[in-house]
Design a protein around this ligand. Structure first.
Ligand code: ATP
Length: 238
């Protein structure tokens, strides 16, 4: 009897503050290039590398990712990091998710070139490399190249071929803070459903609107409040 093909699961972590069309472009490209059976978007609760910046509440970031994935079969939100307290370390997430699945699964971790360049600052990165293969996308025209330290450790990785996408969460936040309408960023940078959520919840704008559709009780677990985040330099999402 022919062996059953191994399932392929991708993990795509980020603060998604907010989720944008560059994230979707990377995810969609990886789905087809890697032949993934499923892709889980791991919304970070408290990214360790983002100290010094206030993130939007986890409940809002989760809702935005759900809206962005409304038309993405096989892709869904993974809540594990927003449902636990403390900093988000990818190695802990991967250990927990792998323990909950059969062993005959190929795991892929999706990252952009900027995260790849810092990979050896991630907690227990050698163990991480033993557990997952890396799927890396170019960003801002920069092709991924493993650092000498990373290259010194045998591991599986491949580039995700995708047309460059210029969207950046930092730029989006800056434009919205300048009172620009989120609708102007849709659909090129923001999915229309995400732009609607941003407007309705008054996210990233200088004077937040009254929330109209947020549940009375927090639905994002212990990390529902605003959390500290840094400049976006990835050191400890991982
Ligand atoms: P910020 O500007 O707040 O740092 P970000 O979009 O870089 O936002 P995350 O939301 O944490 O940060 O990104 C999640 C992942 O998506 C990272 O691995 C990042 O490299 C990748 N990524 C983000 N935008 C793009 C893009 N335009 N093209 C390719 N990869 C991207």
């Amino acid at each position: 009897m022919p062996a059953r093909p191994r399932r392929r699961i991708g993990l795509f972590g980020g603060s998604f503050d907010p989720v944008h069309q560059g994230h979707r472009a990377l995810a969609d490209a990886a789905m087809s290039a890697l032949g993934l059976d499923e892709l889980r978007w791991v919304v970070a609760g408290q990214p360790w590398q983002k100290s010094g910046r206030v993130l939007a509440p986890a409940a809002d970031r989760v809702a935005m990712v759900e809206a962005a994935l409304a038309d993405a079969p096989g892709q869904r939100v993974e809540r594990i990091e927003v449902d636990r307290s403390g900093p988000s370390y990818t190695i802990e997430t991967v250990r927990a998710l792998q323990a909950a699945e059969p062993t005959d699964v190929d795991w892929w971790l999706l990252i952009g070139q900027d995260q790849h360049a810092n990979f050896t600052t991630w907690r227990d990165w050698r163990e991480l490399l033993a557990r997952v293969a890396l799927a890396v996308a170019a960003r801002d025209g920069v092709e991924p190249v493993p650092s000498p330290e990373l290259a010194g450790v045998p591991h599986r990785w491949q580039v995700v071929p995708m047309p460059p996408h210029p969207a950046s969460a930092t730029v989006i936040r800056r434009r919205l803070a300048g009172a620009e309408s989120a609708q102007l960023l849709a659909p090129a940078w923001l999915a229309p459903g995400v732009a609607d959520l941003i407007e309705r919840r008054g996210l990233y704008h200088p004077v937040p609107a009254q929330p109209v559709d947020r549940p009375a009780s927090p639905d994002a677990g212990p990390v529902n409040d605003r959390v500290s985040a840094s400049s976006g330099v990835p050191q400890q999402r991982p």
